[in-house]
Structures are given as C-alpha cells and as structure tokens.
Design a binder for this molecule. Structure first.
Ligand code: CTP
Ligand code: MG
Length: 226
C-alpha cells in the first residue's frame, strides 16, 4: 500500500488577517507552503504529496514547486474537513493506502516527528495523530472573560497534524464532513467509534494562525536549517 500526504491549503487565513492567505506569505524567500512541502516531499516513506487548493486559488500556479512527488487538486471546500474529503474523493485510492493529512500552515514539522508518526502508526489497526500533552493549567471561561472552572489537564492532549489513517476508513468517516464537530480527521474517525493512537508531537509543529506566529516560524526554520 502507498503512503500519500494530503495537504489542505484552501483556507483564507481570516485570523491571520493578511490580504494573501497565510500559506502563501513569504518566509525565508519562499511561500510558507514550500517549507511544509519540503518536509513531506523529503520523506522517503511518502510516495505522493497532494495539495488541495481552492478552485479560485490565484497563487499556487505562480510558483515553481521543485518537488517531483507533488500534485495539486483544485477542489478545496468551505471547511477544512470538506477540503480533505473532496481531495480524498478525487484521488480514488486503495482502501489500504495510508493518508497523512497535514495542515499547510504547520510549516515547522520536523522530519523526526513525521518519521515517529509513520513508525508508530504503520502497524496500527485504526491510525493515529501527532499530539502534545497539555502543559498549562486549563480554564473554562465565561462569556464575560472570568474563570468558571479549572479543567484537570491530566489526559488532555492538543491535536496536531499529520493525522494518519487508511484511505478507506477515512473516506467512510468523512462522508459526514459537513458535520461541524469534525475539526480534524481523528474526530471523524472517533464518530465511527474508533480510538486513534496518540503519538508524541512537538512544540515546533504549531499552526501559523495569528500574525505574530510568522516571526516564530521564521526563527524556528532559521534554527533547524543552520
Ligand atoms: N483549510 C482548507 N480549506 C478550508 C479551510 C482551511 O484547506 N476551507 C486549510 C488551511 O489552508 C490550513 C489548514 O486547513 O492549512 C488549517 O486551517 P486553519 O489554520 O484554520 O487555516 P484557515 O482556515 O486558512 O485560517 P482561519 O481559520 O484563521 O481563516
Ligand atoms: Mg480555519
């Protein structure tokens, strides 16, 4: 069976608030997305890397992407889950193929964390995701910004990507992709009654979300590339 990375890159970056979607913002002389693709395309265990962009995307074609494994699908949807579901449907994969869904906006994923996910999930019956144990004390807030409760953090994890599942199982799970409770692939698999594996992620694999995140991503890429 093949291993295929699927990269949803059809978002608008509304929290980032730039005129250009964040995946195309310049970072060390390349679009942010190029750094994400470098890690996935550089992994010998990944056979294909498929980027899902919006049908209205006006940026992807203006770059020369130096990656032989790279393909693009212009089937992005109204939500991340729909972009992934549309991409998966367009690929017509074998049920046994592994899909690794990875946010375009997580451009600082390390090769080591990616390899850890591949190694720890390849023999798993369900699949799994990179995630990090919650380090801070967690508060439930009220609408007026006061603390309503402290949530015990034991057993709480923050989900990252890649999220690695068999194409057949993920396709079945994402038939419900319009359901707003599906905010990552694992949540869709959970709705089928399965318990995906948690594989230790890393702090550097954060998602560029807010404007101040770009400087952090720049500093991390600078550090790992020297
Ligand atoms: N994504 C997508 N299709 C969508 C929405 C998001 O492919 N309809 C992608 C984004 O491009 C990103 C990843 O899913 O790589 C994670 O989403 P997020 O960080 O929320 O990005 P945006 O949706 O672009 O940002 P925002 O929510 O702030 O608008
Ligand atoms: Mg979003």
């Amino acid at each position: 069976s093949l291993r295929i990375a699927l990269v949803p890159a059809a978002g608008h970056g509304s929290r980032f608030g730039a005129a250009t979607p964040k995946q195309y913002l310049p970072l060390h002389g390349q679009p942010l997305l190029a750094h994400t693709l470098d890690v996935l395309c550089g992994c010998a265990d990944i056979d294909r890397v498929v980027v899902v962009v919006s049908p209205a995307d006006e940026w992807f074609d203006s770059y020369r992407w130096p990656h032989a494994k790279l393909e693009v699908l212009r089937v992005g949807g109204a939500s991340r889950a729909l972009s992934v579901a549309n991409g998966l449907a367009a690929l017509a994969l074998d049920d046994d193929d592994w899909l690794l869904v990875h946010d375009a906006a997580r451009c600082c994923l390390s090769p080591a964390a990616l390899q850890r996910l591949l190694d720890e999930v390849q023999d798993d019956a369900i699949g799994g995701i990179l995630a990090q144990p919650v380090a801070d004390t967690v508060k439930q807030g009220t609408k007026v910004g006061r603390i309503a409760a402290t949530i015990p953090r034991e057993g709480l994890w923050l989900a990252q990507t890649p999220q690695m599942f068999r194409a057949g199982l993920l396709g079945e799970a994402l038939q419900d992709a319009a359901n707003p409770v599906i905010t990552d692939e694992a949540s869709a698999i959970e709705l089928l009654g399965h318990a995906p594996k948690l594989v230790l992620g890393e702090a550097q694999n954060f998602k560029v979300t807010w404007p101040q995140d770009l400087a952090l991503a720049s500093a991390i890429l600078q550090l790992v590339n020297v």
